[in-house]
Write a new protein. Structure first.
Lengths: 163, 283
Protein backbone atom coordinates (compact mmCIF):
# COMPACT_ATOMS: atom_id res chain seq x y z
CA UNK A 1 0.00 0.00 0.00
CA UNK A 2 2.87 2.37 0.88
CA UNK A 3 4.42 2.09 -2.57
CA UNK A 4 1.11 3.05 -4.20
CA UNK A 5 1.00 6.07 -1.91
CA UNK A 6 4.41 7.15 -3.23
CA UNK A 7 3.05 7.21 -6.75
CA UNK A 8 -0.21 8.93 -5.77
CA UNK A 9 1.79 11.71 -4.07
CA UNK A 10 4.11 12.00 -7.07
CA UNK A 11 1.17 12.20 -9.47
CA UNK A 12 -0.53 14.91 -7.38
CA UNK A 13 2.71 16.87 -7.17
CA UNK A 14 3.35 16.74 -10.90
CA UNK A 15 -0.26 17.45 -11.88
CA UNK A 16 0.04 20.65 -9.82
CA UNK A 17 3.49 21.35 -11.28
CA UNK A 18 2.31 20.90 -14.87
CA UNK A 19 -0.53 23.35 -14.17
CA UNK A 20 1.92 26.16 -13.38
CA UNK A 21 3.82 28.61 -15.56
CA UNK A 22 7.10 26.99 -14.51
CA UNK A 23 6.13 23.98 -16.61
CA UNK A 24 5.91 26.01 -19.81
CA UNK A 25 9.21 27.71 -18.89
CA UNK A 26 11.10 24.41 -19.14
CA UNK A 27 10.08 23.81 -22.74
CA UNK A 28 12.23 23.38 -25.83
CA UNK A 29 10.61 24.71 -29.01
CA UNK A 30 7.36 24.99 -27.08
CA UNK A 31 7.43 21.33 -26.05
CA UNK A 32 7.60 20.31 -22.42
CA UNK A 33 8.26 16.78 -21.16
CA UNK A 34 5.28 14.87 -19.80
CA UNK A 35 6.31 14.14 -16.22
CA UNK A 36 3.01 12.40 -15.49
CA UNK A 37 3.64 9.94 -18.32
CA UNK A 38 7.19 9.36 -17.05
CA UNK A 39 5.97 8.62 -13.51
CA UNK A 40 3.15 6.42 -14.77
CA UNK A 41 5.47 4.42 -16.98
CA UNK A 42 8.04 3.96 -14.22
CA UNK A 43 5.20 3.02 -11.83
CA UNK A 44 3.80 0.46 -14.24
CA UNK A 45 7.31 -0.81 -14.98
CA UNK A 46 8.00 -1.43 -11.30
CA UNK A 47 4.54 -2.47 -10.06
CA UNK A 48 3.28 -4.44 -13.04
CA UNK A 49 0.33 -4.31 -15.43
CA UNK A 50 -2.57 -4.40 -12.93
CA UNK A 51 -1.48 -1.44 -10.75
CA UNK A 52 -0.15 0.24 -13.91
CA UNK A 53 -3.51 0.24 -15.66
CA UNK A 54 -5.47 1.25 -12.56
CA UNK A 55 -3.09 4.14 -11.81
CA UNK A 56 -3.22 5.12 -15.49
CA UNK A 57 -7.02 5.14 -15.51
CA UNK A 58 -7.30 7.22 -12.33
CA UNK A 59 -4.62 9.73 -13.32
CA UNK A 60 -6.11 10.05 -16.81
CA UNK A 61 -9.55 10.67 -15.34
CA UNK A 62 -8.21 13.41 -13.06
CA UNK A 63 -6.43 15.02 -16.04
CA UNK A 64 -9.67 14.90 -18.05
CA UNK A 65 -11.61 16.53 -15.23
CA UNK A 66 -9.01 19.29 -14.84
CA UNK A 67 -8.72 19.91 -18.59
CA UNK A 68 -12.50 20.01 -18.93
CA UNK A 69 -12.48 18.67 -22.48
CA UNK A 70 -13.31 15.14 -23.63
CA UNK A 71 -13.92 13.06 -20.50
CA UNK A 72 -12.28 9.64 -20.76
CA UNK A 73 -9.71 10.41 -23.50
CA UNK A 74 -6.72 10.55 -21.15
CA UNK A 75 -8.18 7.79 -18.97
CA UNK A 76 -8.28 5.50 -22.03
CA UNK A 77 -4.80 6.49 -23.20
CA UNK A 78 -3.06 6.21 -19.83
CA UNK A 79 -4.81 2.90 -19.07
CA UNK A 80 -3.39 1.41 -22.27
CA UNK A 81 0.08 2.79 -21.48
CA UNK A 82 -0.08 1.63 -17.85
CA UNK A 83 -1.00 -1.87 -18.92
CA UNK A 84 1.40 -2.01 -21.87
CA UNK A 85 4.47 -0.77 -20.00
CA UNK A 86 3.62 -2.94 -16.98
CA UNK A 87 3.18 -6.01 -19.15
CA UNK A 88 6.38 -5.51 -21.16
CA UNK A 89 8.41 -4.40 -18.14
CA UNK A 90 7.53 -7.44 -16.04
CA UNK A 91 7.06 -10.22 -18.55
CA UNK A 92 9.73 -9.60 -21.11
CA UNK A 93 12.67 -7.62 -19.86
CA UNK A 94 12.67 -7.34 -16.06
CA UNK A 95 13.69 -4.16 -14.23
CA UNK A 96 16.27 -2.58 -16.48
CA UNK A 97 16.68 1.19 -16.60
CA UNK A 98 17.66 1.21 -20.28
CA UNK A 99 14.57 -0.74 -21.27
CA UNK A 100 12.45 1.79 -19.40
CA UNK A 101 14.07 4.57 -21.50
CA UNK A 102 13.10 2.80 -24.71
CA UNK A 103 9.63 2.05 -23.38
CA UNK A 104 9.15 5.72 -22.51
CA UNK A 105 10.00 6.74 -26.06
CA UNK A 106 7.37 4.41 -27.50
CA UNK A 107 4.89 5.19 -24.69
CA UNK A 108 5.02 8.86 -25.74
CA UNK A 109 4.32 7.92 -29.37
CA UNK A 110 1.46 5.65 -28.27
CA UNK A 111 0.05 8.46 -26.13
CA UNK A 112 0.21 10.91 -29.05
CA UNK A 113 -1.33 8.38 -31.42
CA UNK A 114 -4.21 7.42 -29.11
CA UNK A 115 -4.99 11.02 -28.11
CA UNK A 116 -4.95 12.07 -31.77
CA UNK A 117 -7.06 9.14 -32.91
CA UNK A 118 -9.65 9.49 -30.13
CA UNK A 119 -9.66 13.29 -30.54
CA UNK A 120 -10.36 12.83 -34.24
CA UNK A 121 -13.18 10.36 -33.57
CA UNK A 122 -14.90 12.17 -30.70
CA UNK A 123 -13.98 15.84 -31.15
CA UNK A 124 -13.17 16.70 -34.75
CA UNK A 125 -10.89 15.78 -37.60
CA UNK A 126 -7.43 17.29 -37.49
CA UNK A 127 -6.29 16.14 -34.08
CA UNK A 128 -3.51 14.26 -35.81
CA UNK A 129 -1.79 17.64 -35.84
CA UNK A 130 -0.22 16.40 -32.61
CA UNK A 131 2.33 14.71 -34.82
CA UNK A 132 2.97 17.87 -36.83
CA UNK A 133 6.54 18.94 -37.57
CA UNK A 134 7.92 15.97 -35.69
CA UNK A 135 7.38 17.79 -32.39
CA UNK A 136 5.96 14.71 -30.74
CA UNK A 137 9.31 12.99 -31.39
CA UNK A 138 10.99 15.82 -29.50
CA UNK A 139 8.64 15.15 -26.59
CA UNK A 140 9.44 11.43 -26.83
CA UNK A 141 13.19 12.13 -26.70
CA UNK A 142 12.77 14.52 -23.76
CA UNK A 143 10.67 11.98 -21.85
CA UNK A 144 13.20 9.23 -22.54
CA UNK A 145 16.16 11.33 -21.42
CA UNK A 146 14.41 12.27 -18.19
CA UNK A 147 13.57 8.67 -17.37
CA UNK A 148 16.95 7.56 -15.84
CA UNK A 149 17.08 10.29 -13.14
CA UNK A 150 13.38 9.79 -12.36
CA UNK A 151 13.84 6.02 -12.32
CA UNK A 152 16.79 6.36 -9.96
CA UNK A 153 14.98 8.72 -7.56
CA UNK A 154 11.66 6.83 -7.58
CA UNK A 155 13.25 3.43 -6.98
CA UNK A 156 15.28 4.90 -4.09
CA UNK A 157 12.15 6.43 -2.51
CA UNK A 158 10.15 3.26 -3.12
CA UNK A 159 12.79 1.04 -1.50
CA UNK A 160 12.96 3.27 1.60
CA UNK A 161 9.21 3.39 1.95
CA UNK A 162 8.74 -0.35 1.51
CA UNK A 163 11.55 -1.20 3.94
CA UNK B 1 1.28 -22.15 -14.93
CA UNK B 2 -2.48 -22.04 -14.39
CA UNK B 3 -2.03 -19.39 -11.71
CA UNK B 4 0.01 -17.18 -14.09
CA UNK B 5 -2.61 -17.63 -16.79
CA UNK B 6 -5.46 -16.71 -14.44
CA UNK B 7 -3.55 -13.57 -13.37
CA UNK B 8 -3.08 -12.63 -17.03
CA UNK B 9 -6.77 -13.21 -17.72
CA UNK B 10 -7.73 -11.10 -14.72
CA UNK B 11 -5.42 -8.29 -15.91
CA UNK B 12 -6.94 -8.36 -19.37
CA UNK B 13 -10.46 -8.42 -17.92
CA UNK B 14 -9.74 -5.34 -15.77
CA UNK B 15 -8.11 -3.65 -18.80
CA UNK B 16 -11.23 -4.27 -20.89
CA UNK B 17 -13.50 -2.94 -18.14
CA UNK B 18 -11.42 0.23 -17.71
CA UNK B 19 -11.24 0.83 -21.47
CA UNK B 20 -14.98 0.24 -21.77
CA UNK B 21 -15.69 2.79 -19.01
CA UNK B 22 -13.37 5.31 -20.72
CA UNK B 23 -15.05 4.69 -24.05
CA UNK B 24 -18.53 5.18 -22.56
CA UNK B 25 -17.34 8.41 -20.88
CA UNK B 26 -16.05 9.71 -24.22
CA UNK B 27 -19.32 8.82 -25.94
CA UNK B 28 -21.42 10.72 -23.41
CA UNK B 29 -18.89 13.50 -22.79
CA UNK B 30 -20.81 16.13 -24.77
CA UNK B 31 -24.18 15.32 -23.17
CA UNK B 32 -25.60 17.95 -20.86
CA UNK B 33 -25.61 15.85 -17.69
CA UNK B 34 -21.99 14.74 -18.28
CA UNK B 35 -20.90 18.36 -18.73
CA UNK B 36 -22.60 19.15 -15.41
CA UNK B 37 -20.95 16.10 -13.85
CA UNK B 38 -17.52 17.25 -15.09
CA UNK B 39 -18.23 20.68 -13.67
CA UNK B 40 -19.18 19.25 -10.27
CA UNK B 41 -16.14 16.95 -10.28
CA UNK B 42 -13.84 19.88 -11.02
CA UNK B 43 -15.56 21.83 -8.25
CA UNK B 44 -14.46 19.07 -5.86
CA UNK B 45 -10.89 19.08 -7.22
CA UNK B 46 -10.62 22.86 -7.45
CA UNK B 47 -9.57 23.65 -3.83
CA UNK B 48 -6.80 21.01 -3.95
CA UNK B 49 -5.73 22.09 -7.43
CA UNK B 50 -5.70 25.74 -6.37
CA UNK B 51 -3.70 25.11 -3.17
CA UNK B 52 -1.27 22.77 -4.97
CA UNK B 53 -0.58 25.15 -7.83
CA UNK B 54 -0.33 28.16 -5.51
CA UNK B 55 2.14 26.32 -3.24
CA UNK B 56 4.43 25.47 -6.15
CA UNK B 57 4.15 28.98 -7.59
CA UNK B 58 4.84 30.35 -4.09
CA UNK B 59 8.11 28.41 -3.87
CA UNK B 60 9.14 29.77 -7.27
CA UNK B 61 8.14 33.32 -6.27
CA UNK B 62 10.21 33.05 -3.08
CA UNK B 63 13.36 32.21 -5.02
CA UNK B 64 12.77 34.85 -7.67
CA UNK B 65 11.71 37.61 -5.27
CA UNK B 66 15.22 39.11 -4.91
CA UNK B 67 15.68 39.39 -8.65
CA UNK B 68 12.13 40.70 -8.95
CA UNK B 69 12.81 43.39 -6.37
CA UNK B 70 15.66 44.79 -8.47
CA UNK B 71 13.50 44.64 -11.60
CA UNK B 72 10.62 46.32 -9.79
CA UNK B 73 12.80 49.28 -8.84
CA UNK B 74 13.83 49.73 -12.46
CA UNK B 75 10.25 49.34 -13.65
CA UNK B 76 9.03 51.84 -11.06
CA UNK B 77 11.44 54.48 -12.33
CA UNK B 78 10.37 53.78 -15.90
CA UNK B 79 6.67 53.81 -14.92
CA UNK B 80 7.07 57.25 -13.33
CA UNK B 81 8.45 58.63 -16.59
CA UNK B 82 5.61 57.00 -18.52
CA UNK B 83 3.02 58.34 -16.08
CA UNK B 84 4.20 61.89 -16.65
CA UNK B 85 3.86 61.36 -20.39
CA UNK B 86 0.41 59.83 -20.04
CA UNK B 87 -0.79 62.66 -17.82
CA UNK B 88 0.18 65.08 -20.57
CA UNK B 89 -1.63 63.06 -23.26
CA UNK B 90 -4.71 62.40 -21.10
CA UNK B 91 -5.99 65.94 -21.56
CA UNK B 92 -5.51 65.73 -25.35
CA UNK B 93 -7.25 62.34 -25.39
CA UNK B 94 -10.29 63.64 -23.53
CA UNK B 95 -10.55 66.50 -25.98
CA UNK B 96 -10.35 64.17 -28.99
CA UNK B 97 -12.90 61.81 -27.40
CA UNK B 98 -15.39 64.61 -26.90
CA UNK B 99 -14.83 65.83 -30.45
CA UNK B 100 -15.29 62.27 -31.75
CA UNK B 101 -18.58 61.93 -29.85
CA UNK B 102 -19.78 65.24 -31.23
CA UNK B 103 -18.93 64.23 -34.81
CA UNK B 104 -20.57 60.81 -34.35
CA UNK B 105 -23.75 62.52 -33.14
CA UNK B 106 -23.61 64.86 -36.10
CA UNK B 107 -23.47 62.07 -38.67
CA UNK B 108 -25.82 59.82 -36.68
CA UNK B 109 -23.48 56.92 -35.84
CA UNK B 110 -24.11 55.28 -32.52
CA UNK B 111 -21.19 55.10 -30.10
CA UNK B 112 -19.48 51.76 -29.71
CA UNK B 113 -20.80 49.79 -26.80
CA UNK B 114 -18.43 49.69 -23.85
CA UNK B 115 -18.61 46.60 -21.69
CA UNK B 116 -17.82 46.08 -18.05
CA UNK B 117 -14.96 43.72 -17.28
CA UNK B 118 -14.04 41.43 -14.42
CA UNK B 119 -10.33 41.15 -13.74
CA UNK B 120 -9.22 37.58 -13.06
CA UNK B 121 -5.96 35.96 -12.11
CA UNK B 122 -4.70 32.94 -14.04
CA UNK B 123 -4.30 30.24 -11.41
CA UNK B 124 -3.67 27.13 -13.46
CA UNK B 125 -3.20 25.79 -16.94
CA UNK B 126 -4.06 22.40 -18.34
CA UNK B 127 -1.47 19.90 -17.05
CA UNK B 128 -1.38 18.17 -20.44
CA UNK B 129 0.41 19.10 -23.65
CA UNK B 130 -2.73 18.05 -25.50
CA UNK B 131 -4.96 20.88 -24.22
CA UNK B 132 -4.33 24.53 -23.48
CA UNK B 133 -7.22 25.31 -21.12
CA UNK B 134 -6.68 28.07 -18.55
CA UNK B 135 -8.29 28.29 -15.10
CA UNK B 136 -8.94 31.72 -13.52
CA UNK B 137 -10.00 32.67 -10.00
CA UNK B 138 -13.34 34.31 -10.86
CA UNK B 139 -16.60 32.45 -11.18
CA UNK B 140 -20.36 32.87 -10.99
CA UNK B 141 -20.10 34.82 -7.72
CA UNK B 142 -18.24 37.54 -9.69
CA UNK B 143 -20.88 37.57 -12.42
CA UNK B 144 -18.97 35.39 -14.89
CA UNK B 145 -21.12 33.40 -17.30
CA UNK B 146 -20.44 30.79 -19.94
CA UNK B 147 -19.33 32.09 -23.37
CA UNK B 148 -18.15 35.45 -22.05
CA UNK B 149 -15.18 36.76 -24.05
CA UNK B 150 -11.79 37.08 -22.38
CA UNK B 151 -9.09 39.62 -23.25
CA UNK B 152 -5.73 40.65 -21.84
CA UNK B 153 -3.54 43.72 -21.96
CA UNK B 154 0.01 42.96 -23.00
CA UNK B 155 2.52 45.66 -23.92
CA UNK B 156 -0.32 48.16 -23.61
CA UNK B 157 -2.46 46.46 -26.26
CA UNK B 158 -5.85 44.85 -25.69
CA UNK B 159 -5.88 41.43 -27.32
CA UNK B 160 -8.12 38.37 -27.40
CA UNK B 161 -7.37 35.43 -25.08
CA UNK B 162 -10.41 33.19 -25.56
CA UNK B 163 -13.82 32.51 -24.10
CA UNK B 164 -15.26 31.13 -20.88
CA UNK B 165 -16.39 27.52 -21.34
CA UNK B 166 -17.06 26.40 -17.79
CA UNK B 167 -18.09 28.38 -14.72
CA UNK B 168 -17.84 27.34 -11.08
CA UNK B 169 -18.71 29.47 -8.06
CA UNK B 170 -15.16 30.74 -7.56
CA UNK B 171 -13.38 29.73 -10.75
CA UNK B 172 -13.85 29.55 -14.50
CA UNK B 173 -12.22 27.65 -17.29
CA UNK B 174 -11.15 29.54 -20.40
CA UNK B 175 -10.72 28.03 -23.82
CA UNK B 176 -7.93 30.02 -25.51
CA UNK B 177 -8.12 30.85 -29.23
CA UNK B 178 -5.15 28.53 -29.87
CA UNK B 179 -7.07 25.51 -28.53
CA UNK B 180 -7.84 23.19 -31.40
CA UNK B 181 -11.59 23.12 -30.78
CA UNK B 182 -11.83 26.94 -30.67
CA UNK B 183 -13.53 28.93 -33.46
CA UNK B 184 -13.61 32.73 -33.52
CA UNK B 185 -15.18 35.15 -35.97
CA UNK B 186 -12.26 37.22 -37.29
CA UNK B 187 -11.45 39.68 -40.03
CA UNK B 188 -8.47 41.37 -41.62
CA UNK B 189 -8.30 44.82 -40.10
CA UNK B 190 -7.14 46.57 -43.27
CA UNK B 191 -9.25 44.96 -46.00
CA UNK B 192 -12.23 44.17 -43.65
CA UNK B 193 -12.68 40.70 -45.18
CA UNK B 194 -13.89 38.24 -42.58
CA UNK B 195 -13.29 34.55 -41.98
CA UNK B 196 -13.17 31.99 -39.21
CA UNK B 197 -10.16 31.68 -36.95
CA UNK B 198 -9.44 28.17 -35.71
CA UNK B 199 -6.91 26.77 -33.26
CA UNK B 200 -4.23 24.49 -34.65
CA UNK B 201 -2.61 21.30 -33.41
CA UNK B 202 -2.20 20.89 -29.64
CA UNK B 203 1.49 21.75 -29.95
CA UNK B 204 1.03 24.89 -32.04
CA UNK B 205 0.84 28.46 -30.76
CA UNK B 206 -0.69 29.69 -34.02
CA UNK B 207 -4.23 29.92 -35.38
CA UNK B 208 -5.55 29.45 -38.88
CA UNK B 209 -7.75 32.10 -40.48
CA UNK B 210 -9.96 30.24 -42.95
CA UNK B 211 -12.60 31.06 -45.57
CA UNK B 212 -10.98 34.28 -46.76
CA UNK B 213 -11.97 35.11 -50.33
CA UNK B 214 -9.23 33.93 -52.69
CA UNK B 215 -9.05 37.30 -54.43
CA UNK B 216 -8.15 39.24 -51.28
CA UNK B 217 -4.54 40.35 -51.04
CA UNK B 218 -3.14 39.37 -47.64
CA UNK B 219 0.26 40.65 -46.58
CA UNK B 220 2.68 39.38 -43.98
CA UNK B 221 2.06 41.30 -40.76
CA UNK B 222 -1.56 42.26 -41.55
CA UNK B 223 -3.51 42.69 -38.32
CA UNK B 224 -6.40 40.33 -37.61
CA UNK B 225 -9.23 41.51 -35.34
CA UNK B 226 -12.52 40.06 -34.10
CA UNK B 227 -15.34 40.46 -36.61
CA UNK B 228 -18.16 40.49 -34.06
CA UNK B 229 -19.79 37.61 -35.93
CA UNK B 230 -20.59 34.53 -33.90
CA UNK B 231 -22.12 36.57 -31.11
CA UNK B 232 -19.38 36.11 -28.51
CA UNK B 233 -16.66 38.70 -29.10
CA UNK B 234 -17.27 42.40 -29.55
CA UNK B 235 -16.01 43.69 -32.89
CA UNK B 236 -12.53 45.08 -33.43
CA UNK B 237 -10.41 43.48 -30.69
CA UNK B 238 -6.91 42.62 -31.85
CA UNK B 239 -6.23 38.91 -32.29
CA UNK B 240 -2.81 38.84 -33.92
CA UNK B 241 -0.99 39.20 -37.20
CA UNK B 242 -0.62 37.16 -40.34
CA UNK B 243 2.63 35.20 -40.62
CA UNK B 244 1.94 33.21 -43.78
CA UNK B 245 -0.69 32.79 -46.47
CA UNK B 246 -1.57 29.60 -48.34
CA UNK B 247 -3.70 29.11 -51.44
CA UNK B 248 -4.49 25.62 -52.58
CA UNK B 249 -4.62 24.84 -56.28
CA UNK B 250 -8.40 24.65 -56.11
CA UNK B 251 -11.29 26.21 -54.21
CA UNK B 252 -12.52 29.76 -53.75
CA UNK B 253 -10.86 30.47 -50.42
CA UNK B 254 -7.39 31.03 -49.05
CA UNK B 255 -6.00 30.54 -45.53
CA UNK B 256 -3.68 32.61 -43.39
CA UNK B 257 -1.63 31.48 -40.42
CA UNK B 258 -2.04 33.97 -37.58
CA UNK B 259 0.31 34.52 -34.67
CA UNK B 260 -1.78 35.63 -31.67
CA UNK B 261 -0.76 38.93 -30.14
CA UNK B 262 -1.19 37.57 -26.64
CA UNK B 263 1.76 35.65 -25.25
CA UNK B 264 0.05 32.74 -23.48
CA UNK B 265 3.30 31.84 -21.74
CA UNK B 266 3.32 35.02 -19.66
CA UNK B 267 -0.39 35.41 -19.11
CA UNK B 268 -1.00 36.34 -15.47
CA UNK B 269 -4.17 38.41 -15.50
CA UNK B 270 -7.08 38.47 -17.88
CA UNK B 271 -10.22 40.57 -18.26
CA UNK B 272 -13.53 38.79 -18.67
CA UNK B 273 -15.89 41.01 -20.63
CA UNK B 274 -19.30 40.73 -18.99
CA UNK B 275 -21.08 40.55 -22.31
CA UNK B 276 -23.63 37.81 -22.72
CA UNK B 277 -23.50 35.90 -26.00
CA UNK B 278 -26.07 37.16 -28.50
CA UNK B 279 -26.60 33.64 -29.83
CA UNK B 280 -27.67 30.57 -27.93
CA UNK B 281 -24.77 28.14 -27.72
CA UNK B 282 -26.47 25.91 -25.17
CA UNK B 283 -25.37 25.35 -21.62
Amino acid sequence: MKKYLVFIILFALFIFFQSTDIYSDISINGISPDFILIILSIGAFILGPMPGQILGFLVGLVLDIISGELLGISAFTYTVIGYGVGFLGKKIYGSNILISVILLFFATLVKAFLLSMLGTIFLKAGYFGYFSQGRVFLEAVMNSLLTPPFFFIITRIERRVVV
Amino acid sequence: MNHARSIRHRNILVLMVLLFISFVLMSISQKKFTIELKSIAYGVFYPFHYIGVKSITGVKDFFTSIENNRKLKEELAYARILLEQYERTQYEFEEIKRENERLRNLIGIQSKLEYETVIAEVIAKSPQNFYKTIVVNRGSTSGVKKWMPVVAYQDGVKCVVGKVVDVQRFSSRIQPIIEQSSYTGAMLQKSRFSGILQGQSPLSEYCLLQYIDRGVKINYGDAVVTSGMGGIFPKGILIGEVVSVSKKGYGIFQEALVKPKVDFGRLEEVYIITKTATEDFGE
